[in-house]
Design a protein around this ligand. Structure first.
Ligand SMILES: [Ca+2]
Length: 209
């Protein structure tokens, strides 16, 4: 009887080890289980587009390993298009997938959001907001002087920037005094258009450029 009992215990121990190995093996082979949610799957959209523009809406996954596939269900709040085919990220198709979408002909905004599923669990995707603008601002810095601090953005507003100017000698505002600027400064000083201390500082700046 004692022999049979020992044999029974051995069988149970072997069975437990076998189940343990099977579970672990399954876990490592289904690499998709390495994704646990959070922000690892993202919707990526341009911050702004013009009315009627076509733009790329991308889905991106990071942190996935092994064999995986991630189905997603996306919705859009706004008048931008949404591809009718539901997106699925597949490990053999890369970690990013893009779809062409189109903005409406009126200004406004579109918000893409949705869910994705991993290992039988559902997670929320981030919300990606696309501003649909009647005019895309473009800062025309070439139309203002090097030291200009604002420029027309082409849409009725201005673009602003911080300009570093060492002294009034630094006429191209690159925070240095070159020999041309120093020569011009000497001329101004000779014509009593510049103080001697400003010139002296410019000489120091030029020497330590
Ligand atoms: Ca300069």
């Amino acid at each position: 009887m004692a022999k049979n009992k020992t044999f029974g215990i051995v069988i149970v121990v072997v069975a437990v080890i076998a189940v343990f190995l099977l579970v672990n093996s399954g876990g490592s082979n289904s690499g998709v289980q390495s994704i646990t949610g959070g922000e690892r799957v993202r919707i990526i959209a341009p911050a702004s587009v013009g009315v009627g523009d076509t733009f790329q809406l991308a889905y991106d996954v990071s942190g996935a390993s092994g064999s995986w596939a991630i189905p997603m269900e996306i919705s859009v709040n706004g008048q931008c298009t949404l591809a009718t085919e539901k997106p699925v990220l597949f490990n053999d198709r890369g970690t990013t997938q893009s779809h062409s979408e189109t903005a409406p002909n009126n200004p406004g905004q579109c918000v893409y959001s949705g869910i994705y599923a991993v290992a039988g669990q559902q997670f929320n995707l981030n919300s990606a907001t696309v501003q649909v603008l009647a005019c895309i601002p473009s800062c025309q810095w070439n139309t203002v002087s090097a030291c200009g601090t604002s420029a027309n953005d082409g849409c009725g507003s201005t673009c602003n920037r911080i300009v570093q100017q060492l002294t009034e000698i630094d006429t191209n505002c690159n925070n240095k005094v070159d020999i041309t600027e120093l020569s011009n400064g000497i001329t101004l000083w000779s014509n009593d258009q510049l103080g001697i201390t400003v010139l002296s500082q410019a000489i120091t700046d030029w020497a330590s450029r």
